[in-house]
Design a protein around this ligand. Structure first.
Ligand SMILES: CC(C)(COP(=O)(O)OP(=O)(O)OC[C@H]1O[C@@H](n2cnc3c(N)ncnc32)[C@H](O)[C@@H]1OP(=O)(O)O)[C@@H](O)C(=O)NCCC(=O)NCCS
Length: 379
């Protein structure tokens, strides 16, 4: 680097691209997809409407939504070879399986090499349909069951739950899962989306860019946090006393351990997505006959807020929400991808449409230049 300017650690507050997809105001706690506030979308839109919005920058008409639903339904069945591949994998983490299988999906896409805008869009739709099927089928296989064929009459949220459990989900479960998908769909230049855009900017294919994004999402500082939250709650135990919760969390903070599901690089307020997931976790708990996980989560929230002034992020209450829906913990982060594939592909398509290679510089901090290469025998 030829300037004396020091880079900002973690590129904090650095504006790295222009994008028309997601508006984020961390000071006021505003999240909007293409101008639509997340609270309005959470109340009034389905995940499929949100997908259309992210890809087209406007909400669909009823006919357009119907077309998209048909395209998603048509793409949901997985090639037999993909199911065989899943069966052949060792018992690995759900994100590792998703990364491998998403990469393999490219080999069964007849349009994989077509770089026209129309083909890229069709691939975005197919990837969104198929990542849902992959995660549901993986969950099914891990639980020892056989794969369940998707029901073309079902929407994305209902189809996922049906393919995962083999049972027709009830309306509150579908609504809760659809809301979770809507809330996770996009989040500006989060680490995985940025990784996907960096890959796309080399003009690599959409599958490779998606695999880059999946790899970034897996980390515990990003999407991996939702599973970590549930592991923390389970380690405390459903019947943990208020004292035990308080002591455990304060001890963790005292050891400078991070509490999963808290803090955010951008928000200085409550994460607007957490507001809905907190409510959903509470409602599902009441319906299931115990709010123990929700109550414990609220207790932890109060302690972390009081001690560290940190707010819960999207991952905190999604953990108890998914747990109450009966979803295995290993699927929590893959489910993040089931939703975020819509945002990833919207960003990848936006990158392709107006591309320049993303290639920043580094502030060199190594040994002084030039060093003499001492011959091997003299070292
Ligand atoms: C999200 C996250 C990665 C943002 O990171 P960041 O902007 O780089 O913030 P930092 O990690 O530099 O944290 C700043 C300070 O807050 C503290 N902090 C941040 N998140 C914390 C957490 N979850 N628990 C306890 N302390 C936390 C840090 O220890 C640090 O304290 P210090 O200044 O005394 O050293 C971070 O808050 C985190 O690791 N959270 C837990 C994982 C998580 O939930 N990720 C999902 C994000 S949606």
């Amino acid at each position: 680097m030829t300037t004396t300017e020091k880079p900002k650690a973690g590129l904090e507050d650095v504006v790295a691209t222009s994008s028309a997809i997601c508006y984020l105001d961390g000071e006021r706690g505003v999240l909007a997809y293409c101008g639509y506030d997340i609270h309005d979308l959470a109340r009034s839109a389905t995940f499929e409407e949100v997908c259309y919005l992210l890809w087209h920058r406007r909400l669909p008409t009823r006919a357009e939504l119907g077309d998209l639903q048909s395209e998603l339904a048509a793409a949901r069945p997985l090639p037999e070879a993909i199911v065989r591949l899943m069966r052949s994998l060792p018992p690995v983490d759900g994100m590792d399986a998703l990364r491998t299988v998403t990469s393999a999906l490219a080999h069964y896409d007849p349009e994989a090499a077509d770089t026209s805008a129309a083909a890229q869009y069709r691939k975005a739709v197919r990837l969104t349909a198929q990542i849902g099927s992959v995660v549901a089928t993986w969950g099914r296989l891990q639980a020892g069951g056989g794969p369940i064929a998707p029901n073309p009459a079902m929407g994305h949220a209902a189809s996922f739950l049906y393919m995962l459990t083999g049972a027709r989900p009830d309306a509150p479960s579908i609504r809760a899962f659809d809301l979770a998908l809507t809330l996770h769909a996009d989040h500006e230049l989060n680490a995985s989306t940025f990784a996907g855009r960096v890959a796309a900017a080399t003009l690599t294919d959409i599958y490779s860019a998606t695999v880059a994004a999946i790899g970034a999402l897996k980390g515990p500082l990003h999407g991996g946090a939702n599973a970590e939250v549930m592991r923390m709650l389970l380690a405390l135990g459903q019947d943990a006393s208020a004292d035990r919760v308080e002591q455990t969390i304060r001890a963790k903070l005292g050891r400078k351990e991070k509490i999963p599901g808290f803090g955010h690089r951008v928000y200085r307020t409550e994460d607007p997505r957490a507001t809905h997931l907190r409510r959903m976790s509470h409602e599902l708990g009441k319906r299931a006959g115990t709010t123990a996980w929700f109550d414990m989560s609220e207790r932890i929230e109060a302690i972390v807020k009081g001690e560290k002034k940190l707010n819960p992020n999207v991952d905190f209450y999604s953990a108890s929400t998914y747990y109450t829906l009966g979803i295995p913990i290993d699927l929590y982060t893959p489910i993040f991808a089931v939703s975020r594939i819509s945002g990833w592909t919207a960003h990848i398509l936006e990158q392709y449409a107006n591309n320049r290679l993303i290639r920043p510089r580094a502030d060199y901090t190594g040994p002084a230049y030039p060093q003499r290469v001492v011959p091997l025998d003299e070292r």
